[in-house]
Write a protein that binds this ligand. Structure first.
Ligand code: ATP
Ligand code: MG
Length: 243
């Protein structure tokens, strides 16, 4: 048990969730390393949602609402930390959810699918679906379900690897990334990068989604037009340097 008054309480709770996911068999060992890298960047931004992330969240939600066929891509880390929030976000934004694992095994996919099904939520990307290769790239990094990521016009990725993001971007899809490291290849390649911890970002996206659902397309398009990912990433980096 982690005592509630421990100065690193929140962070230790997240570590416990990641450890548990690894023990339950759906998080690859390298997922624990990815979490550690995220922790370091979270420390540097002050473990709070920075102003640039709030801006990126607005642009991301506006883009999501205007998309025709949006999909939320999930992996072991995102499920371990934020499964309930992901389900709620998909509901509010009418998006599909697809399992997409960098180190894909039948076992891991099955466990994650069960976790969602126990909560009454359908997910794509399991072995029950028709899986295709994006752009015919015969790599396990390019698999996508036919009715999900393969045909999506927008994919929300979190804690994603750069190789995979590159494949999505090169195939002409819009990519929104949640990534604490503004320097990662994923952060640099995505159309909209939210430099924040997934556990803080998704609840904020839900709030903004509820507000933006009432707005007209013109308003949403203006939010998107006023957003520059390059500028936003630059400012995010500056907010790290100031500390
Ligand atoms: P890239 O492959 O994009 O160059 P990388 O190889 O440095 O990045 P990966 O392990 O492939 O890193 O991807 C995981 C990414 O997820 C890292 O950039 C890490 O900072 C980020 N990350 C880890 N935990 C969280 C979290 N809780 N919320 C948001 N991002 C996170
Ligand atoms: Mg990587």
């Amino acid at each position: 048990m982690i005592p509630k008054n421990h100065p690193r309480y929140e962070s230790l709770i997240l570590r416990e969730k990641i450890k548990k996911a690894n023990e339950e068999g759906y998080l690859a060992d390298s997922g624990m390393i990815a979490h550690g890298r995220g922790e370091a960047f979270d420390y540097l931004i002050g473990e709070k949602t920075i102003a640039t992330a709030h801006e990126a969240i607005k642009a991301a939600v506006a883009t999501f609402i205007l998309a025709k066929d949006p999909v939320i891509s999930v992996n072991g880390n995102s499920v371990a930390l934020a499964i309930d929030d992901i389900i709620n976000l998909a509901k509010v934004l009418n998006g599909k959810i697809e399992i997409n694992l960098f180190y894909r095994t039948k076992e891991r996919v099955k466990i994650i699918k069960n976790l969602f099904e126990k909560k009454g939520t359908d997910v794509l990307g399991s072995d029950d679906d028709e899986l295709l290769f994006i752009e015919d790239l015969e790599s396990p990094r390019a698999t996508a379900s036919k009715n999900g990521i393969y045909s999506a016009d927008l994919v929300l990725v979190s804690l994603e690897d750069g190789d995979r993001t590159e494949i999505l971007v090169n195939s002409g899809k819009k990519v929104i990334a949640i990534d604490l490291n503004p320097l990662s290849r994923t952060a640099q390649m995505a159309d909209i990068t939210i430099v924040d911890n997934i556990i803080r970002t998704i609840p904020l996206m839900i709030e903004v989604a509820n507000e933006f659902k009432e707005k007209d397309d013109k308003y949403l398009k203006m939010i998107i037009a006023n957003f520059s990912n390059q500028e936003n990433l630059k400012k995010s980096l500056e907010s790290i340097k100031l500390k």
